[in-house]
Design a binder for this molecule. Structure first.
Ligand code: ATP
Ligand code: MG
Length: 330
């Protein structure tokens, strides 16, 4: 199994995963490789060859957050990996855990975000010093793939509705195509309720009444923004995992970044990366272990004495992990 600890708080939170994996006695053997700032300082490359070699071989990875140095010529490591391995499907489950101080309770939404195109395709043009264009790319193939993934997930997981999110009233060609293709796919799933929601309205609905949503499927940029918004609803970025799935390869991660402001202080919340690890375990058919991790997290987070700093508590990353492990060993 490839493990990329990443930058900033990445080392601290991936140590938590390694300890939990050990406590569960999983047969996982970590193949640890370095990408990001540290790799760049050592080798001049953000993603050195041994990272690709490890991913090529293992096909499943857990990845900590990685900083993209600001400046020209640096493409985000996350975007590079998604492109290189065609990790077309990004899945972000947003759930309220335990008794976390969240703006809303009873939220249980799974967001499917298209991961390869839209304004993330990087097709930009400097027209003049005072004018720049970004081209939004939407294709039938990628749209069909992500929408089908969302509906298949809904069917397999007893979900009742899928909301298709676009701005098709304004971007009639690009978002219009996404909506058209999504409607065609939806026809194949009459048992699932389909809703069409414009992204601005979705932002408001999520803040006011997120409980009305079940599965959401959307384009790359809207998915990026809405998932941070939803993280805010349920208690913050430290709680949301993400999966990047390709045809025969998957990279699991926390949705948050490297949080340089709190790096090295032992106060980061490892919940998001532990949930990502649970999703990874499901992917490799170790559902029992995945369930144990989720249950332990829900139980430990039901007691405010177990909260890390971001949730209003004072537990360190290590102390929080200790509590998860003692819960697992009970
Ligand atoms: P990057 O440039 O890598 O995206 P960032 O500065 O945008 O990093 P994020 O990690 O995206 O930072 O998160 C924004 C803020 O949320 C951080 O500054 C941090 O305070 C908080 N945060 C994010 N993740 C966690 C976590 N796991 N535990 C505690 N706080 C977190
Ligand atoms: Mg960030």
């Amino acid at each position: 199994m490839t493990l990329i600890p990443g930058d900033g708080i990445g080392k601290e939170i991936t140590v938590a995963v390694k300890r939990v994996a050990q406590a569960l006695n999983t047969a996982i053997v970590w193949d640890e490789v370095v990408a990001g700032q540290e790799a760049f300082d050592q080798t001049g490359e953000l993603i050195p060859q041994d990272v690709y070699a490890s991913l090529d071989k293992n096909r499943v990875a857990l990845k900590g957050p990685i900083t993209t140095p600001i400046g020209h010529g640096f493409r985000s490591v996350n975007v590079s990996l998604r492109k290189h391995y065609n990790l077309h499907t990004n899945i972000r489950p947003i759930r309220v855990l335990g008794q976390i101080p969240a703006l809303h309770r009873d939220v249980d939404i799974v967001l499917f975000r298209e991961n390869t195109e839209d304004l993330y395709a990087g097709v930009e043009e400097q027209i003049s010093p005072d004018e720049a264009h970004s081209i939004k790319i939407i294709t039938r193939q990628a749209t069909e793939r992500i929408v089908r993934a969302a509906y298949e997930y809904a069917v397999a997981n007893d979900r009742h509705s899928v909301a298709i999110v676009t701005k098709a009233n304004i971007m009639k060609l690009s978002d219009g195509l996404f909506l058209k293709v999504a409607r065609e796919v939806a026809e194949g799933y009459p048992q699932i309720e389909t809703r069409e929601v414009l992204v601005d309205n979705m932002a408001m609905q999520l803040v006011m009444k997120p409980q009305q949503f079940d599965v959401i499927v959307t384009e790359n940029l809207y998915g990026d923004i809405l998932s941070d918004l939803m993280a805010g609803l349920i208690g913050g970025l430290g709680l949301v995992p993400g999966a990047n799935i390709g045809d025969d390869i998957a990279i699991f991660e926390a949705v948050h970044g490297s949080a340089p402001d709190i790096a090295g202080k032992e106060i980061a919340n490892p919940t998001a990366i532990l949930l990502a690890f649970a999703d990874l375990l499901d992917y490799i058919s170790l559902q029992d272990d995945a369930k144990k991790i989720r249950e332990a997290l829900a139980l430990v987070l039901s007691d405010a004495n177990n909260f890390t700093r971001d949730l209003g508590g004072d537990l360190s990353t290590t102390a929080f992990t200790d509590r998860i492990i003692s819960q697992l060993l009970k």
